[in-house]
Design a protein around this ligand. Sequence first.
Ligand code: DQQ
Length: 508
Amino acid sequence: MSSRAPQPTLVELAEADRHRPRFHFVSPAGWLNDPNGLTQWDGTYHLFYQYNPTSALHSRIHWGHATSTDLVTWADQPIALVPGDEGPDRDGCWSGVLVDDDGTPTVVYSGRHDERELPCVATGSADLNTWIKDPGNPVIADYPDGLDLTAYRDHCVWREDGRWRHLVGSGIAGQGGTALLYESTDLRHWDYVGPLLTGDASTGTVDAGDWTGTMWECVDLFRPPAASEGDGARKPDPVDVLVFSAWDAGVTHYPLYWSGRYRGDTFEPDRLHRLDLGGRYFYAPQSFRDESGRRVLFGWLQEGRDDEAMVAHGWSGVMSLPRVVTLGPDGALAQAPAPEVATLRTDEQRRAAQELGPVPLGLGEGDQRDLELVMVLEPGASAVLVLASTGDGEEATVLRVRRDVGPGPGGTVALDRSRSSLDDSVDRTPRSGEVPIGADGRVDLRVLVDHSALEVFVNGRALTARVYPTREDATRATVAAETGAVELLAATSWAMRGTWDGPRPLYP
Ligand code: DQQ
């Protein structure tokens, strides 16, 4: 009789994977996608997330839950929402938000059944660990009359002038993505107001990143605090932003936002912006205002490897680091890792200020790194950072920052992943976009490498991606000047401490 070796569990597979980040939040194993229900409640940060504890694929989604007192180290809490045996969420508890209903923590989420989603409500215990679904779910029983919708899900809910307001992400067939506005006095009975704003799917292209999709997922409306607040500088006029994730026929594209003005029943758009130059690698973001008044944003770093690889490794999906978002002087959002991330730094290495040349300057080795560089680029100059590289360069991820020719402001950042991995089943397509570089040529660059997760910030613009080098020694980082004069004012690199040890239970 032959006895078969026991199959490794999802947790064992996940723990053995060298591509699994160690200072980004990941689920214990299985599947993770969107951040949900973000809040700081009585001082404690709560991160709920789309979670499938049964496999590394998206199916029958639960709400996982973790808490933190410092935004970077997380403690797993019991799963918050499980799809019902029957009822409107029997096929999944999809994305949603948490609001404070006069002291009662209350989530508004999308219950999935029969291949469509409808708004549902659940109330939580004081520690936010036990949730009771409202017997009246779904609280909106059908799509609004008279609209031919492409999809309908995800929520942004806020209190305004004594009533609740609620956006549901959607799309109007033949027109484009939209955010449908509702009002309520009790979060259970909703009056439909109308579309707050509707995009035009007949303009723009995916390649340019200005096509707004046939449906908007995870709409998020907020007023960002000005970056200059508190330092005595003139405050810019208030700007509101409407963030959404452009979607089409089952395909997730990228997060975008309109800057403009929220005018009550409508949103007056001014400009469309890319929220993250990595596109789908920072998808379905959600933000919240913390108790200190900061606007904090998390997003889902999708995998760049196929379903087979996800299943083989027992896990999928990374939560971004927390980002603090402000309104920059150019009227666009400026993003930076929350200062708390720096508490994970260890083993500081500094490089002397110097004029960079073509010979690469080493910035340290390791697959959990934080790099901070300040450079001055002359017009037309470009600096090149090589990351996750082997000594012979067989595997290397190449990041270029280039200042436009001419004295005007402007520049680009480009991520070349063509040599990131010898495994040709992983996504190695490039990413790039515009970054603001002022007349002084100064570039503040921050790079966070956490195994397969890469988050880059260039003068407040973010570019997120995933990389999967195959060689164990693909851990080097260097910087050099590629063209023109590049002055390095400061370069510091740190190893980053991991935020948990060992396996975590799948069903906390
Ligand atoms: N993910 C959720 C949806 C949302 C999408 C389902 C965005 O609610 O529209 O897991 O990634």
